[in-house]
Design a protein around this ligand. Structure first.
Ligand code: AP5
Ligand code: ZN
Length: 216
């Protein structure tokens, strides 16, 4: 199964990705996570990406596309993968298409999680993430059992640098301008499923699994 997860910031892509990769046993490739790891490690890529991420802007395609295509060619992606946060604009989608064609790889599904703009800001601003295992919580909608502590590994929870109201609003605008058109792009290919992201986390997951079917 080769899946793309689309949706605005705070739609629940990361939350749903955790369940999808476990159920279908495929690697989770999140460009946002890769950039954040590089920022933490202080690499050149991390330094460059941070300039854009802190402003809520897209990291330039030159720094992003090769990262994903290299990752897809690794052995653990042979039987499938899930892309989360990539592609992010039509140019990235076209470059991905070219790469997939050259390598005889076909996408199976594009899952588009839809959530109203006014809900997205509170979802992102209230998000907390585990420093150790990456599990995602929300102070109100999905709180951990003990405040500030991960349920899974007891790690410390933190807030992402770009999860403040101003940067989230910018990210939503960038999504509307650059990423939203990708839904039409993949609808034309016939592999798009729109999912109502304004249900409980479990209900959203159920709809995604129904859209993906039992295909491997
Ligand atoms: P990225 O890391 O991809 O972030 P994003 O797309 O902005 O998405 P988020 O991680 O904010 O949201 P999500 O949909 O994963 O929501 P989550 O599940 O956490 O990108 C960050 C930055 O990196 C970009 O701005 C850009 O600079 C750069 N970048 C990344 N990829 C790039 C690319 N391809 N090209 C260029 N630049 C790129 O959920 C949010 C909150 O809501 C959580 O607290 C969760 O608990 C809660 N929640 C989830 N589902 C529900 C529900 N059903 N009901 C109630 N609460 C819920
Ligand atoms: Zn944890």
């Amino acid at each position: 199964m080769r899946i793309i997860l689309l949706g605005p910031p705070g739609a629940g892509k990361g939350t749903q990705a955790a369940g999808i990769v476990e159920k279908y046993n495929i690697p989770h490739i999140s460009t946002g996570d890769i950039f954040r790891k590089n920022i933490k490690e202080g690499t050149d890529l991390g330094k460059k990406a941070k300039e854009y991420m802190d402003q809520g802007l897209l990291v330039p395609d030159e720094l992003t596309v090769g990262l994903v295509t290299d990752r897809i060619t690794q052995a653990d992606c042979e039987n499938g993968f899930m892309l989360d946060g990539f592609p992010r604009n039509v140019s990235q989608a076209e470059q991905l298409d070219t790469f997939l064609k050259e390598n005889n790889i076909e996408l199976s599904n594009v899952i588009n999680i839809e959530v109203d703009k006014n809900i997205l800001v509170s979802r992102a601003v209230g998000r907390r993430i585990c420093k150790s295992c990456g599990a995602t919580y929300h102070v109100e909608f999905n709180p951990p059992k003990i405040e500030g502590v991960c349920n899974v590994c007891q790690g410390e929870l933190y807030q992402r640098a770009d999860d403040n109201e101003e940067t989230v609003s910018k990210r939503i605008q960038v999504y509307l301008d650059e990423t939203k058109p990708l839904a039409d792009y993949y609808a034309k290919v016939g592999i798009l499923s729109n999912i109502n992201g304004q249900q409980s986390i479990d209900e959203v997951f159920g709809d995604i699994v129904a859209a993906l079917g039992s295909e491997k």
